[in-house]
Design a protein around this ligand. Structure first.
Ligand code: F6P
Length: 542
């Protein structure tokens, strides 16, 4: 790779540095009072998402400079490279084509000389046939009873997307069926998931891109033992186990007929896989029609990202705003605050998407970055968070930009609930931005000594995203929005957003320690003194 000038040497970066020095102390109170049209100017609506970023510490110049940086970083070309199947995952030599998973049937996306779209649709159709059978009670277990329970076994991207989507779209799900998700190698996860299930009515979906992941293989083996203990016949496996994987030989090695395997491809990253066959549990829950709607919603956001100018491009703006706070204001984290109970697993889902993607400190050409990357994503649904950690966001010493997500229509119309919910999300964004001054408190008659405690500085930034309703399409749009925001940041930061080498070392070390824990004879330990002592302590107490 040809040497390029470092990010911080780029004139667009330097322009942002100079600009930051000028605007860093500006207060949102002033920005709003100086411009009555601010809300309008800093709101973009696209792909069904009303995206209000007016409560960010930006001016029109900030947005232009951030977009200049994106242009100069080759974001436009990099987006095209992703959509057209270039092998942009350099360290693994792979294309990055989660967008092909939601491409319409007549689209063409070529990888290694082959159009992959027909393959995507062939798997979708196979999934649909299977999902319809299960939903209709036609997929029978070994004893002839219909399947009533679906247990997805997977971890990381093979769990977080499915469980998040199941929870998000539960209101669309077939309530005759029970869904469980087992991910942790902690046996409690499996034990609790199956404790009230009957093996003869239970289907396991073993979801693993590689089909080698320790947690998933351990849980799958335990599931097989659990099923066979009751069903007492190896032939039962064919009725009670299906696999979702890219690795057919490992699937058949495990004893699952590849007829019962739903494939995907190495160009789908684990954390980008919920729209692939990894979403089989989602499709069984909500039905093929709704699953297709979810794909269409994501596709809508894909088209927007690929075509809209950056100034009006939601994922580009979201990504660049995150970068503005990370690299210029020194913010470390972003709070994701969905005011929708069904999105309770959305922050957890985003943690893998964002942090496994952009938690890197070396550029694609192997240089240590001299700027900050990847934020810590965290959050809880509103209004619960308000009674827990919002105190720190309002009055603490840290700057935490917030993503508020809300829906105009409730999934459940119950008295005043939805108006109260929405009143709270709007109020929080308002309070964070504008705060409450000492003068206002004085006018209210607050005693002098209490004023410092009751003052809200404000100037705490947030985006408010307002969608019409939490539908499958809406969820698809939201997920694709964040996926592409992550891409935007990775492109500017020059890091590889699609590998995850940082998870490897721990896996290797655990592989070394496990036999030391299980050995009958006292093992000779060659770790550091702390690890050696912990192993000995565990062996003596287990
Ligand atoms: O350990 C990290 C990881 O590789 C994730 O990227 C991935 O989503 C997860 O493990 C599960 O991998 P698999 O689907 O291959 O079991």
């Amino acid at each position: 790779m040809a040497d390029q000038i470092s990010l911080k040497e780029m004139k667009e970066w330097k322009a942002l540095e100079g600009h930051y020095a000028r605007v860093k102390d500006m207060h949102l109170r002033d920005l709003f009072s100086q411009d009555p049209k601010r809300a309008e100017k800093f709101t973009v609506e696209a792909a069904g998402v009303y995206f209000d970023y007016s409560k960010h510490r930006v001016t029109a110049t900030t947005v232009n400079l951030l977009c200049d940086l994106a242009e100069a970083s080759g974001l436009r070309e990099k987006i095209e490279d992703m959509f057209t199947g270039e092998k942009i995952n350099l360290t693994e030599g792979r294309a990055v084509l989660h967008t092909a998973l939601r491409a319409p049937k007549n689209a063409t996306v070529v990888v290694d000389g082959e159009n992959v779209v027909p393959h995507v649709h062939a798997v979708l159709e196979k999934m649909e046939q299977f999902a319809d059978k299960v939903r209709a009670g036609e997929w029978k277990g070994h004893t002839g009873k219909p399947i009533r329970n679906i247990v997805n076994i997977g971890i990381g991207g093979s769990d977080l997307g499915p469980v998040m989507a199941y929870e998000a779209l539960k209101d669309y799900s077939d309530r005759k069926l029970t869904f469980r998700f087992v991910s942790n190698v902690d046996g409690t996860d499996f034990a609790e998931a199956v404790r009230d299930l009957r093996p003869e009515e239970t289907l396991f979906i073993v979801a693993s891109k590689t089909f080698t992941t320790l947690e998933t293989m351990t849980n799958a083996t335990t599931a097989r033992d659990w099923a066979l203990k009751a069903l007492k016949d190896e032939a039962a496996i064919a009725k009670h186990f299906v696999a979702v994987s890219t690795n057919a030989s490992k699937v058949s090695g495990f004893g699952i007929d590849t007829e019962n395997m739903f494939g995907f491809w190495d160009w789908v990253g684990g954390r980008y896989s919920m729209f692939s066959a990894i979403g089989l549990s989602t499709m069984i829950a909500i039905g093929p029609k709704h699953f297709r709607e979810m794909l269409s919603g994501a596709h809508e956001m894909d088209v927007h990202y690929r075509n809209a100018p950056f100034e009006e491009n939601l994922p580009a703006l979201m990504g660049l705003l995150g970068l503005w706070y990370t690299d210029f204001f020194g913010a470390q984290s972003i709070a994701v605050l969905p005011y929708e109970q069904y999105l309770k697993r959305f922050p957890a889902y985003l943690q893998q998407l964002t942090m496994e993607s952009n938690g890197k400190s070396v550029t694609l050409d192997g240089h240590k970055t001299d700027y900050q990357t990847g934020q810590v994503y965290w959050g809880e649904p509103g209004t619960n968070g308000q009674h827990s950690f919002y105190q720190l966001i309002h009055q603490g010493t840290k700057l935490i930009p917030c993503d508020f997500i809300a829906f105009a229509k409730p999934r459940h119309k119950l008295g005043r609930h939805h108006d109260l919910l929405l009143a709270n999300v709007f109020a929080q964004a308002e309070a964070l931005a504008f705060g409450k001054t000492a003068e206002e408190l004085k006018d209210e008659g607050v005693k002098d000594w209490l004023i410092p405690h009751k003052t809200f500085e404000g100037n705490r930034p947030s985006t408010t995203m307002l969608l019409d309703e939490l539908t499958p399409a809406g969820l698809g749009r939201l997920v694709a929005l964040y996926e592409h925001a992550v891409f935007t940041q990775g492109a500017v930061w020059r890091i590889g957003s699609f590998d995850q080498w940082g998870v490897e070392l721990g896996k290797v070390l655990a592989g070394r320690i496990a036999p030391e824990l299980e050995a009958a004879e006292e093992p000779v330990l060659a770790h550091d003194t702390s690890t050696n002592a912990l192993i000995r302590r565990y062996r003596s107490r287990r």
